[in-house]
Design a protein around this ligand. Structure first.
Ligand code: A2P
Length: 324
């Protein structure tokens, strides 16, 4: 089964199916990693205001662009409205802050990062109460936020708009206004999101998978907090056996599985060798048996890593997207 290199978007723009993830990369490390990623051939870069490293990404991208409009066009740059900006009247300010830090005239894809909201506290994207819970804004008008985000597209400062971390019901509410260009959610071999992927296929919305390798660093932090056991995806015996059979790495097998599953992936790495490796997944193929063995690893909802429980109080928001 061959996998196309891009998702074709409705206006003919192309979303590369492998992108470069930047979550949890410290700015100085990220800047060098982006240089390596551009050199390796990545053109799709995923970022977010909430990652607090857009400026580092912007510096590296602009160095590479060097003022050449044709080179800018080669790139597909994504960023996201943070939870603190999830109010219609806040969209413009948060978007402009991202555009300024990235140093770009336009953004290729702007996503609503999550459906719930934090209070707007200048200078603090993750405002907390003294007891450690988040300063939540429980008054969110998600459809109102979506309408404001759509205005950014009309203004020409964004080419496409979409959403992240939304459930089917939320998607259908937004689709009633206008269909999002993509949905970015956690997807990996232990959490295959079969129902959501089938629903988005029906709607014609491409899925971009975050944490495609299981976000080991995040899983370690959560394991220390909750005592829960998060298996290392890169060490699953099925994955190791298939990797051996193809003389590939476990990460390449995990990514190839997702590509053949029909979704795009944004693996994060700051290591030049792994950065290169993660992009080299279009030149081998998993057979039907291997796909079935990997499909059997799905744990459904129990496989989810990023459940947002680290945002204490978010689960009480009426728009909290993950209900067991
Ligand atoms: P590093 O940045 O040191 O390479 P995810 O994309 O699912 O969030 O996973 C990111 C994690 O996986 C990071 O800890 C990253 O570490 C690690 N990682 C990325 N690519 C590979 C790879 N090819 N092999 C092993 N680990 C990888």
């Amino acid at each position: 089964m061959s996998v196309p290199k891009y998702f074709e978007l409705e206006d003919g723009d192309r979303l590369p199916r492998i992108g470069f993830g930047t979550w949890q990369a410290p700015p100085d490390v990220l800047e060098k990693a982006v240089d390596a990623a551009l050199e390796a051939g990545y053109r799709h870069f995923d970022s977010a205001r909430a990652y607090e490293n857009e400026d580092a990404l912007g510096r590296a991208l602009n160095r590479w662009i060097g003022g050449d409009a044709a080179k800018r066009k080669e790139l597909f740059v994504v960023t996201k409205l943070p939870p603190s900006g999830n109010r219609p009247e806040s969209v413009e300010e948060y978007f402009e802050a991202s555009r300024r830090d990235l140093g770009l005239d336009y953004i290729d894809l702007y996503l609503i990062h999550v459906p719930f909201a934090f209070e707007h506290v200048p200078g603090d994207l993750h405002p907390k109460n003294p007891d450690g819970s988040m300063k939540m804004d429980y008054s969110t008008d998600l459809v109102g936020v979506w309408k404001e985000v759509l205005k950014l597209k009309k203004s020409g400062r964004v080419r496409h708009v979409g959403v992240s971390n939304m459930n089917e019901e939320q998607l259908s509410r937004l689709c009633a206004v206008e269909k999002p260009a993509c949905l970015q959610v956690e997807v990996h071999v232990l959490f295959q999101q079969k129902k959501l992927i089938a629903a988005t296929k029906q709607l014609g919305i491409p899925i971009v998978a975050y944490s495609p390798l299981g976000s080991k660093a995040l899983a370690d932090v959560l394991a220390a907090k909750t005592g829960r056991n998060y298996p290392n995806l890169l060490e699953l015996p099925t994955v190791l056996n298939i990797a051996k059979a193809h003389s590939r790495t476990p990460a390449q097998v995990l990514l190839r599985f997702l590509l053949q599953h029909g979704v795009a992936c944004i693996p994060k790495s700051t290591d030049p060798t792994r950065i290169q490796q993660n992009l080299s997944v279009l030149d081998f193929e998993l057979n039907k048996n291997e796909m079935q063995e990997l499909a059997a690893l799905d744990r459904g909802e129990d496989g989810r890593i990023c459940d947002f429980m680290f945002f204490v109080g978010a689960e009480k928001h009426t728009e909290f997207p993950f209900k067991k």
